[in-house]
Design a protein around this ligand. Sequence first.
Ligand code: AHM
Ligand code: MG
Length: 332
Amino acid sequence: MITLGEYIIEKQNDFPEASGELSSLLGAIRLAAKVVNREINKAGIADIIGTTGVENVQGEVQQKMDLYANDKFKTALEARGEVCGIASEEEDEFIAFDDKRGCNSKYVVLMDPLDGSSNIDVNVSVGTIFSIYKRISPLGAPVILDDFLQPGDQQVAAGYVIYGSSTMLVYTTGNGVHGFTCDPSLGVFYLSHENMTIPEDGQIYSVNEGNYLKFPLGVKKYLKYCQEIDSATNRPYTSRYIGSLVSDFHRNLLKGGIYMYPSTASAPKGKLRLLYECNPMAFLMEQAGGKASDGEKRIMEIVPTELHQRVPFFCGSNNMVDDVQLMMKKHT
Ligand code: AHM
Ligand code: MG
């Protein structure tokens, strides 16, 4: 039984130049995840479900648990001193940890502290998503916006925590995707899924079909393709949509499938945010052998211009992402 902490240190030894800062940073994420997990498990008996009545910068009503999780991750990351700043779905602007320790730290973290949080009230799995970069501004100075606006292929690590029927932390540092399951009695994450890979072909498609009429023609054609009967390609595929990105992604990663949040007539850039939802998931997906695209090109090649920028998202088994891209190209 290898714990997450042991595994991180073991892997750190593979990089002779590693100084232990990234390991310590991942340790801070692990700690905050445990605290958030404990609180989520109490949802329903403690006064922590429901909304705050306040909207975030994206115009979405914040849940009490969004703010709780944001606070715990922010505090853990600042206390550990390996991070010069963070950006979060729940914060309008990035936050600089600009005391002496923060200024001398080389990493920035972008996060969605609690994705899919509207699902908590109905006891559906939610998740935390994180993305880690090295700053591009000089050490010793306060962090700047450009440190956060880096393309996804510059990520040094990314991952998610899924607070589900069991709680798991899944991460990559560009050396495969590894999953750890939390033993609730001990509060320890143990290695349970080493080197996770996604099948080349999948049979599951995940999309909010309520938006069907607003989708681009190529996406509509692909959805019809998924539903057609063809034994040679094992169609029709199965439709599975939880409406909680981390859960939908996790299932498709294990079983093979595609997650889609396309542009719609009313939201031409889709709903999901590039920097702390799509890029980390794209990094994980590529490391697992799959693909992540905006419908035309790799998600991780997009050069960001805004902290909360949105992007259409197609992510999953290689052949499924290829198929939807082809249909979108054909029916532009
Ligand atoms: P959130 O960050 O406000 O929780 O929104 C992101 C969530 C994803 O987890 C999920 O896949 C998607 O929004 C569901 O959106 P919709 O309800 O439009 O299908
Ligand atoms: Mg989110």
